[in-house]
Design a protein around this ligand. Structure first.
Ligand code: AMP
Length: 543
């Protein structure tokens, strides 16, 4: 462990090893072992490529060698911003084989987020597609590189463009077939990857995940979902999300020798076609997609009979929608409530429909410790609502390079303060009833309110601003910016969207709605009263 990462106390680590949760394995050897066991079986499919385990292992060896020749070595951080294509996995496993650490970013991140992540992680390389979703990532990478002194290499899947000095991913693949030696000193407890936190205050934080903890996370989730080598997992959400990657997702499926199908789009017609063509047995979506898929499922001609489990998570699934899904899809619906910080809750495949329709799952590991706590961090009475505090064998003990934030985000005894308000049922299932953190969950995409407010305050027409969540039929929540203008004319939504895009912010963070106030309501201690603003949205008194 480096000082950048807060590890588990020795006594807990020993407990997790003795219980067999942590096995000292690493992702460096993960594919090699699977290739020996399942060499000819199909590992991964995307819109253009199909690779067996042997091919995935061999090609990621080549990429690892290419990365090594570029000078990337054990411990280096590498920003990864790739869409759902096999190159994501080739790169990811190649990084594991060299001992380098992928930093998972989101496809929609722009220069503000990417520069921050590059600087925080001191990444030496940044891997991008050339153009994706009509956006030229090469221009973004140029901007990020000019602001990030440690960033030496930009690797492009596709055309690097003339005179950019960028490296072509295809060139990495053409290096010799000699396998790279597994990273020296890579141990189970070492840092394997950095995930992105949804964030509440300031700029996004990075979540360190070790080989031991991330391998256990995927394996335990795979057991709950009864994954086998015959399982076929459809990744319809971005593969870099923890949900898609490891809940049980891509890694849980590859771990047991199953097949991963990478969808380039969550569109139901296309995804239903993939389910039929590849015989998908398990898929993962969010509540926003759930309503679109449900509308389509009764009309589709596609044969979905192979689908056994449809996971829905990353934002609250309304109980009535859950019921409609249980009726509408001829398979088991599974609610997923998890966080990139660690804790993962799943409803069980054998849970009764009334639990699946109303609860967001229960922890996947017997070693997950969950406290439903009041403001004093003490357990509330059984069945009462409180903040979810948690620690366990795959939940972080500290964010990456964030000592001040860590002092607030964890209890003295190492429980992570999730900021989620929950109730625990006698069965151990959790029901998510709300959130105490200053964040908007827009269809699963998390918007840290203070980050966006900080940018909006830079607008000359805004004196003060508060970003709050409003209920939304499509997204579950949408963002509303309450603002007090400096002059008589307040900027409108379209103007703010352009302003934020110019500041390099991801588009999903732009307010969905703007409401103008004469004065900002304040609490007795002089803070912006977001509760009053949220309440006003419900009773229609503001704006
Ligand atoms: P992320 O780390 O981006 O996966 O975000 C984790 C956060 O998403 C959690 O702390 C919750 O606030 C929210 N979340 C995830 N799944 C659910 C769910 N099933 N119901 C309600 N909120 C959820």
């Amino acid at each position: 462990m480096t000082a950048d990462v807060v590890g588990w106390p020795a006594a807990d680590a020993e407990k997790y090893r003795n219980a067999g949760y942590w096995r000292g394995e690493t992702f460096a050897r993960f594919l090699g072992a699977r290739a020996r066991a399942h060499g000819d079986r199909l590992a991964v499919v995307d819109d253009r490529t199909r690779l067996s385990y042997a091919e995935l292992d061999d090609r990621s060896d080549r990429v690892a060698r290419g990365l090594t020749e570029l000078g990337i070595t054990s411990g280096d951080r590498v920003l990864v911003q790739l869409p759902n294509r096999v190159e994501f996995l080739l790169l990811w496993f190649a990084l594991m084989k060299t001992g380098a650490v992928p930093v998972h970013t989101q496809p929609g991140h722009r220069s503000s987020e990417m520069t921050h992540l590059a600087r925080l992680s001191e990444a030496v390389a940044y891997v991008i597609p050339d153009v994706h979703a009509e956006f030229d990532h090469r221009l973004l990478a140029q901007a990020v590189r000019s602001e990030s002194p440690a960033l030496k290499h930009i690797v492009v899947v596709g055309d690097p463009g003339p005179g950019t000095g960028f490296t072509s991913f295809a060139d990495l693949l053409t290096t010799g077939p000699a396998p790279v030696a597994p990273a020296s000193g890579a141990r189970g407890e070492d840092l394997a990857l950095l995930l992105l936190s949804g964030g509440t205050t300031g700029l996004p934080k990075l979540i360190p995940r070790t080989h031991d903890d991330y391998l256990y996370n995927g394996r335990a989730a795979g057991e709950v979902c009864a994954l086998t080598a015959d399982s076929v997992y459809l990744a319809a959400l971005p593969v870099a999300f923890n949900y898609t990657m490891n809940c049980p997702g891509v890694l849980g499926t590859l771990g047991v020798g199953g097949t991963v199908v990478l969808a380039s789009d969550p569109d139901p017609d296309y995804c239903f076609g993939l389910i039929e063509r590849e015989g998908v047995t398990i898929a993962a979506i969010n509540p926003q997609m759930a309503s679109v898929w449900l509308d389509e499922v009764s009309m589709t001609d596609a044969d979905l009979s192979t689908l056994r489990v449809l996971q829905v998570g990353s934002a609250r699934l309304a109980d009535d929608m859950a019921e409609r899904m249980i009726d509408g899809f001829g398979c088991t619906i599974q609610q997923v409530f998890g966080m990139a910080e660690g804790l993962l809750c799943l409803t069980r495949l054998t849970d009764p429909p009334e639990i699946i329709a109303t609860a967001q799952g229960r922890p996947i590991s017997p070693a997950d410790e969950v406290r439903v706590a009041g403001p004093d961090d003490q357990e509330v009475a059984e069945g009462e609502e409180g903040e979810l505090l948690t620690r366990g064998p795959y939940t972080l003990r500290g964010y990456y390079r964030a000592p001040e934030h860590n002092a607030k985000s964890f209890t003295a005894d190492g429980f992570y303060r999730s900021g989620d308000l929950v109730r625990r049922l006698p069965s151990g299932h959790l029901v998510v009833v709300g959130r105490s953190k200053d964040q908007i969950n827009r269809g699963g995409e998390k918007i840290p309110a203070t980050e966006v407010e900080g940018h909006l305050l830079a607008h000359p027409g805004i004196r003060s601003v508060a970003l709050v969540a409003a209920p939304d039929e499509d997204f579950g929540e949408r963002s509303v910016a309450f603002l007090v203008p400096t002059g008589t004319r307040a900027p409108d939504r379209a103007e703010l969207a352009v302003f934020l895009a110019d500041r390099g912010l991801a588009a999903y963070k732009a307010p969905d709605e703007v409401r103008v106030l004469d004065v900002m309501p304040l609490t007795p201690v002089g803070k912006m009263d977001k509760k009053a603003l949220t309440a006003s949205l419900r009773n229609g008194s503001a704006g």
